[in-house]
Design a protein around this ligand. Structure first.
Ligand SMILES: Nc1nc(=O)c2c([nH]1)NC[C@@H]1CN(c3ccc(C(=O)N[C@@H](CCC(=O)O)C(=O)O)cc3)C=[N+]21
Length: 297
């Protein structure tokens, strides 16, 4: 029987644990606050940001919600970041990606105070992760480590194959899987659009993480029996539904499920975990700032 990994349930349990740590912080007079900055009209981005705000409300994290006209000069975003950095009430900052073309994305990531970097994308935090001394771990790969743990899959000694080398998922995922710490000690192969004979690599996988952003590119033919499949893809494809689209992953679910011992669905797999670990980073930022000890899940 293939286990369907329930990201909603794991995320719910992490939120419950975080909520009790947030109560503990409240006793110490600390109220974690996350600022979200949205500089786009993209409906998917708007949906994600409003879901993140709903999660915050559920666990007792305050939110500051900044909307910037996508046509505004880049300086407006840079100034907003400076203001949020200087605001003692703000613990975590998230600038929703992608930002418009005329904004320098690298400048955005550099500009966020690394101590408030709820995404873990600042070069200092990336460096710390690679050096084996992480502070904020990027939310999607961090959530995937928790999902593997939830089904008792320990990466140690296993062959892990990551498809996709993005800065926000593929690269930090590979780093976590190879690190000398819990959730790591795997043998990691990172594949991408220039990989020759992708299927030969993916068939080696005990753990397959699909994060290329290409709908259903990984199918059962490319997998070996017993693999654990983690599907990071959240692709909106046109469909005859009420919303006019449906969500599909980077994995062809049915054929992959036939080979897998465990697999994440889309939706309801990795997505909810990305949001849960954003809360985790925000609580950590607030606790570190106030020098209050917390026991994070
Ligand atoms: N600075 C920044 N940080 C991010 O973490 C970030 C970002 N920018 N830009 C966009 C991506 C995408 N992302 C998602 C998170 C959760 C779901 C999620 O919860 N999905 C639900 C369903 C969503 C739906 O119904 O549309 C699920 O998979 O079950 C999706 C996508 C965070 N991102």
């Amino acid at each position: 029987m293939t286990e369907i990994i329930d990201g909603n349930a794991v995320a719910e349990s992490i939120r419950a644990d975080l909520a009790s740590e947030i109560d503990r912080l409240a006793d110490a007079g600390v109220r974690p606050t996350l600022a979200t900055v949205l500089m786009t009209d993209d409906p998917a981005s708007e949906t994600y940001v409003s879901m993140k705000q709903g999660d915050c409300e559920e666990v007792g994290i305050e939110t500051v919600d900044v909307d910037i006209d996508p046509e505004a000069p880049a300086e407006e975003l840079y100034d907003t970041i400076d203001d949020l950095n200087a605001d003692d009430d703000v613990d975590g900052i998230l600038v929703q990606m992608p930002v418009p073309e005329h904004v320098d994305k690298r400048e955005v990531l550099r500009r966020i105070d690394p101590a408030k970097d709820a995404d873990g994308f600042h070069p200092e935090n990336v460096g710390r992760l690679v050096a084996g001394n992480p502070r904020f771990i990027p939310c999607t790969p961090h959530g995937i480590v928790k999902l593997l743990d939830s089904v008792g899959v320990d990466p140690e000694g296993k062959d892990a194959v990551v498809v996709g080398r993005s800065d926000i998922v593929g690269k930090p995922m590979a780093n976590l899987l190879v690190q000398k710490a819990a959730g790591g000690n795997a043998t990691v192969t990172v594949c991408h659009s220039r990989t020759a004979d992708l299927a030969a690599k993916t068939r080696q996988a005990d753990i397959l993480v699909a994060a290329a952003g290409v709908p259903e590119m990984i199918d059962g033919e490319m997998l070996s029996e017993g693999v654990t499949v983690i599907d990071v893809g959240i692709n909106r494809v046109d469909a005859d539904t009420e919303k006019g689209y449906e969500l599909v992953g980077d994995v062809d679910f049915e054929s992959a499920k036939a080979k897998a011992s465990a697999i994440t669905p889309v939706p309801g797999g990795v997505g909810p975990m990305t949001r849960a670990m954003l809360l985790w980073n925000t609580v950590k930022a607030a606790a570190d700032d106030a020098s209050v000890a917390v026991d994070l899940p």
